[in-house]
Design a protein. Sequence first.
Length: 234
Amino acid sequence: MTTCSVPNGNEIIRISSGIPGLDPMIEGGFPFPAVIMVAGTAGVGKTTFALKYLSEGARRGEQGLYFTTLSEPTQWMLRYASQFKFIDPEMFGDKIIYSDLGAMIRDIEPADLLNIMEEKIAEVMPQRIVIDPISVIGSMMRGNYRAFLFDMANRLKNWNATTVVTGEVLPGEMYPSDLGYAVDGIILLLMAEEEGARRKYIEVLKMRGTDHMTGKQSIDINRNDGIVVLKSRF
Ligand SMILES: Nc1ncnc2c1ncn2[C@@H]1O[C@H](COP(=O)(O)OP(=O)(O)O)[C@@H](O)[C@H]1O
Ligand SMILES: [Mg+2]
């Protein structure tokens, strides 16, 4: 973690995103604590982003907690994750704790889900939390999803952690708007068909307290680094 001085003496603590090329776009890293949304369509790299974020923390000796909403057994997730060179399976169960919410979100009351999540957070005491993907919860839970998101974002910030929440959208949508107003940062992962090729981009739409770069930047997804922001072509 690093701190950066601002003229009024209030310092914002930042943690590295773990995505090569992203930290320089956001004054060194994500604010800490904060809730950051990473949004995009299926296959654009949200889970890859989340895994890289947590493994960067593990590499630095920070504790990570990965909530999935997909009812995916650890072994299944690990089989895919270990295809990436930056993933050390030994991290899981140690510096990265995997917690499957999938089995319990159907028909759950918002307050009950928040309590379950907070119990896990209290047990693990992570500096880095991931919720991947959040979108599933909206269609499964009882009650007011918007109010749940708002309470969740506020409670997460009290835990001294920076949380990456992934949001899946349909082609043509930018990000889940019900989550947009509750978070401190919005990062879009985008796909576009150009000259017969499918190109991928990253764009920082919002990052509180941060003089961030605007506009979309090209990214590459590969086995070595996960997601990398490519140097501008201009
Ligand atoms: N081990 C891997 N090596 C190389 N590319 C991968 C690997 N895993 C995933 N990818 C690429 O990254 C893309 C995004 O995957 P993922 O992060 O799961 O997307 P999302 O979570 O947004 O649906 C995949 O469609 C694939 O092209
Ligand atoms: Mg995913």
